[in-house]
Design a protein around this ligand. Structure first.
Ligand SMILES: [Zn+2]
Length: 235
């Protein structure tokens, strides 16, 4: 799975995707359309990436502001929900039902692109807060792994986590991923209720409840980082 780092200044936090590549010969930092990306050789310690970030604070700040401005001026005409493209429709009336799962549309009562982004984020987060606990309950019943509490959070660098008091935290962005990926992430965190590590025993438990986990985990590495980096800024 990809790793993410954060760089903070004032009240701003920028995410940085760390991609490990067998072809990379050195550590590089660049700005892409999706955000900051560090590419580095497989075995280079993460500390080197952290060092690169602190050496380039000023550059990051400047580029982040430009990127933010550019991004918020672009119209969003499509978003992913359950891994499927939904068309974003802007209207001047308040829709009775913003999310239409049959028509695969999200209708929002705004005309302005910057505001549209903010409203879309709210709709997705609200939807995630409703639906993710339902999915966790289903996976809990199926696997027999019961958390004490489920929290849907706005995590910038993680898909989920599991605390020692058996609280499962899940990133709201998993509603954008395909359903089998979302289910894998839930099973992954539930399995941490038994093994608080990524040991062989942990992965065996994940595999028992989610036989296809390798492919789904790979999807997160190749595709999921775009979701992780979307709607990154709290409006
Ligand atoms: Zn884990």
């Amino acid at each position: 799975m990809n790793e993410f780092l954060e760089v903070s200044w004032d009240d701003v936090t920028a995410q940085v995707l760390v991609r490990r590549s067998s072809r990379a010969r050195r550590v590089t930092l660049r700005m892409t359309d999706s955000g900051f990306v560090i590419t580095m050789p497989q075995r280079t310690p993460l500390m080197i990436a952290k060092g690169l970030l602190s050496d380039n604070q000023h550059w990051i700040r400047q580029h982040f502001e430009k990127w933010e401005a550019k991004k918020s001026s672009l119209p969003i005409d499509q978003i992913l929900i359950h891994g499927e493209p939904y068309q974003v429709l802007l209207t001047d009336r308040r829709p009775a039902m913003p999310l239409n799962q049959e028509a695969k549309t999200v209708t929002i009562p705004v005309q302005d692109h910057t505001l549209a982004r903010k409203v879309l984020r709210q709709i997705l987060r609200r939807y995630a807060a409703e639906i993710i606990p339902v999915w966790v309950a289903r996976e809990s019943a199926r696997t027999g792994l019961m958390p004490n509490k489920v929290i849907v959070r706005d995590q910038k660098t993680k898909w989920g986590s599991c605390s020692t008091n058996r609280t499962l935290s899940l990133n709201w962005r998993i509603v954008m991923a395909p359903q089998n990926v979302a289910d894998y992430l839930i099973v992954h965190e539930l399995a941490h209720l038994i093994h608080m590590n990524h040991s062989k025993e942990f992965w065996a438990l994940v595999e028992r409840h989610c036989p296809d986990y390798r492919r789904l985990d790979r999807w997160l590495t190749t595709e999921g980082w775009r979701l992780m980096m979307s709607f990154s800024r709290e409006p």
